[in-house]
Design a protein around this ligand. Sequence first.
Ligand code: C2E
Ligand code: MG
Ligand code: MG
Length: 587
Amino acid sequence: MSATDAARSIRVLFIEDDDDAARLVRERLAASEGARLVLHHVHDLKAGLIALNGDGYDVVLTDLNLPDSRGVRTVKRLVAVRKEIPVVVFSAVDEERAILELLHSGAQEYLVKGKGDGHGVARALRQAIERKRAELNLQRLAHYDSLTGLANRTLFHNRLEYALANATRRQSCVALMVLDLDRFKAVNDTLGHQAGDRLLSLAAERLSRCVRDSDTIARLGGDEFTIILENLGGAEEPRIVARKILDVMAQPFALEGQDVYVTPSIGITLFPHDDDNVDGLLKNADAAMYQVKANGRNGYQFFTAGMNERAVARIRIESGLRQAIERGEFLLHYQPKVSLQSGRLQGMEALVRWQRPDAGIVSPGHFIPVAEDSGLIIPIGEWVLRKGLAQMRIWLDSGLPVPRLAVNICARQFRQCDVASMVADALRQSGLDGNYLEVEITESVLMEDTDATVATLQRLKELGVSIAIDDFGTGYSSLNYLKRFPIDTLKIDRSFVSDIPYDQDDAVITRAIIGLAHNLRRTVIAEGVETHEQVRFLRENHCDEAQGYLFSGPISTMQMTGYLERERGRLAAGPVLSIVGGGQVAV
Ligand code: C2E
Ligand code: MG
Ligand code: MG
């Protein structure tokens, strides 16, 4: 006990219906303690509870059997009102079993009436206070986050369990919010851990302003906060709270003499609407939060079924992608493009693959959309370009016939980086002429920011690079831009090719695209060619080139080297047959 505590007198709430017994205790304590113990005496539990509700007692000393309460119940009622104030029981019963039950009910100490002097009673009271303090301290450490003072994961779980049980009984709703500070990691990395910690406690303070005292705010770790809102009628209140949070967090945080802006992403799920247990609700709220992040952060979102796996898978991909370049997890596969007249190799398309250490090869359909959304497509795309050109250099230097390499470039790359300069630099570095390169862009590139796009495409043309429109027919297919932009090739989308010649519509569209391309004196290539019938149809309609599994799927560098060696042999032997993957394809 500290010096000030020792100097201050201990205030005891004394509940005892028997006046004689009460007088005896009072006299004994006065004799041994003097003014160091101040007793306030009441006669029944009701008066005791009222007194306890006011402030100022350090400990309760109570008789077990009162006019309005008997036995363990007396202790339970007292503890329920003020669980931070220790209760010492005073009774005639001296029996082991009863004592244990009392201690379980929350009593700190047990004294047998009539036994012991004033010193003994005073010591018991002081020990009870000390022990309660230690107990509370332990509970605080076990249940609260020391940095922010908010509930920690353990307490959060308890509170949520409790809230769900309560809501079930009352038929009310509970909302669970999961909140994470966008860019927290950046603050931590640039301003240091101390600033990071300061940011977390300031954020915790602001969050506390947005909810009622009875609501729970917890920090589960890092910058992950949760909020439990209870006794709700529906979704309106969590929506209001979420807006309030966005509002208070929009103010700058003063850290290290700087104004730092962080924004929250908030996921919300409702009990019992979305799920009926703690784990399920947490997962939902997480998924909703990831959705907010995927949509550009700084907002809130309610959970909807189906959000879950998708959002989680996506975030996993994004975090994996961030490290994939340094770890060298990308590789290129190459798919031949062949002439439908001669069967000769006209070029090849570089198709990126992601070799995840734990998940095997991931196809671009899974990660390219995520890379585009997150901006990671910029470094990935640059890697593809440089790597592809470096490989071209190796093939050409060993005398293998590679007419041209096609690289896919998406709209985001055009928007966010200077594609023409990047290409010029990559060509310079590889020492290759621009004629060896083709870029495949989609129609969406042409629809955006037209003047800048025209300029970029023009510069690419000046470098000698050719330009193909990928997946042609699936976008806007505006004929205007075919005249306006310097485009060399149309690639008929797989979806039209797959059903020719049987599907009449697809056959008509394919024929129309071929005619259009030739009218404008462009080359046309069909992608996704898998059957001989398709080849026959395409040849009859004068399509120039084809790409697809029938000739070869995308293959590794080594396989492509073998393919090129055979191609060199064929060139030496003369035209006509194209040999693919052991089989022969007559064209
Ligand atoms: P895409 O540019 O249209 O590429 C053609 C896709 O069709 C490739 O899928 C290829 O494996 C597949 N394919 C080829 N022949 C056949 C066939 O006969 N039948 C069928 N069903 N499919 C065939 P992949 O490699 O999964 O690539 C998918 C898409 O990912 C590509 O479509 C492209 O848009 C994108 N992508 C791939 N690599 C890159 C890259 O380096 N950068 C960018 N920005 N996008 C890339
Ligand atoms: Mg392509
Ligand atoms: Mg395509």
